[in-house]
Design a binder for this molecule. Structure first.
Ligand code: 26A
Length: 344
């Protein structure tokens, strides 16, 4: 019988407020940004937030990749199914985030740092591209102490599925490893996203340390390629990369690893450990006119997918749930989901 308890899915990463605007080539050039990328802000980027707010009519939208995923999974699952951990400040931006999560029915347990501002992500939309520039702020101060606090650790022990956003490899790998261990020891699914090309490129060591614990690894085609590059896989073929990811050594041998690579409007690639055949799943097509922006589409995919895993749905159904939720999010501004709620 399916479990009916609360907070079955526990997610960890970096809560951020998105400062999102429709921009142009000149704006990208001014800050040396690529049209489609996700980076950590350097000092030369720090004026972009005010610039976006003052000159580009930027909107403030709840973001943070895995927080978007957590809201997405909660969108599908019964009330009180998802809890999210990360670091935030005690300021106006944190209040906006808490409010958005509350409205989505997502429980958040932030490590609050009263001295450091909540993290922000400048999002510049040009056409179907989005360039993200993140100043992590308080999100960068998440720590093991918070995870091990008795009330938080009780949530970890209670959870049945874990989702870690890959961006957290820049913040607190020991917390990720605690969750990984908990998952493997208790035979609970541990899901990780690659999040951005710079994670496999520049945070290879902590990423690789967690790899033996991945039951599901989710990425897009550019992240897969960056992984292949930094790990000398000698291929750019997404199916081959998915296969390599699925067949990395694994700690919990009771579950076969699954690698899921999304490719925008192209079919999603799925490889299963030990299986020769790599499968393709077409996306839910939506017309060009219906697209608002694709910021958060990957997070939404992960949210729908996680909801499927939590519900114990078959793999192909879980993939379809991800594609369904992504198609809804693409119709909204930023990483958001439509209200009134639609049902899968
Ligand atoms: C550490 N970095 C760079 C980040 C992020 C991030 N979330 C966590 N850590 N950089 C961008 N994002 C989020 O990605 C979402 C879209 O996929 C943005 O906040 C945005 O909501």
């Amino acid at each position: 019988m399916a479990s009916t308890k609360d907070y079955r899915l526990l997610c960890l990463e970096n809560p951020l407020l998105d400062i999102q605007a429709f921009g142009n080539e000149a704006l990208l050039q001014k800050y040396g940004l690529k049209a489609n990328d996700a980076i950590l802000a350097e000092p030369k980027h720090l004026d972009i937030y005010e610039d976006l707010l003052n000159n580009y009519d930027a909107k403030l939208i709840a973001g943070g990749a895995a927080q978007n995923t957590a809201r997405g999974a909660q969108y599908i699952l019964p009330p009180n199914s998802v809890v999210y951990l990360g670091g935030a400040g005690d300021d106006k931006y944190a209040a906006i985030l808490r409010d958005a999560c509350k409205q989505a029915g997502l429980r958040v347990e932030y490590r609050v740092d009263p001295k450091i501002p909540t993290g922000r992500c400048g999002v510049v939309i040009t056409g179907h591209n989005r360039s993200m520039c993140t100043d992590l702020g308080a999100a960068n101060h998440y720590d093991l102490e918070h995870l091990k606090r008795p009330d938080i650790w009780a949530l970890v022990e209670n959870a049945e599925v874990f989702y870690v956003g890959g961006y957290h490899f820049t913040v607190c790998p020991p917390a990720i490893m605690e969750l990984a261990n908990q998952a493997a020891t208790k035979n609970k699914p541990f899901i990780v996203s690659l999040s951005a090309p710079f994670i496999p490129q520049f945070f290879k060591e902590p990423l690789d340390a967690s790899a033996p614990y991945w039951d599901y690894v989710i990425g897009n085609e550019t992240e897969a390629e960056a992984y292949a590059d930094s790990h000398n896989l000698g291929t750019k073929d997404v199916k081959e990369i998915a296969k390599a990811l699925a067949n990395l050594p694994k700690v919990n041998t009771q579950r076969k690893r699954v690698a899921v690579i999304t490719q925008g409007t192209e079919p999603t690639i799925v490889a299963v450990q030990g299986e020769d055949e790599v499968k393709e799943y077409p996306v839910h097509a939506i017309s060009k006119e219906e697209i608002c922006d694709t910021n958060g589409a990957g997070d939404a995919f992960a949210g729908g997918f996680c909801a499927g895993i939590v519900e114990g749905r078959p793999l192909d159904v879980s993939i379809d749930m991800g594609q369904w939720l992504a198609s809804l999010s693409i119709r909204e501004l930023g990483p958001s989901y439509p209200f009134p709620k639609k049902t899968y």
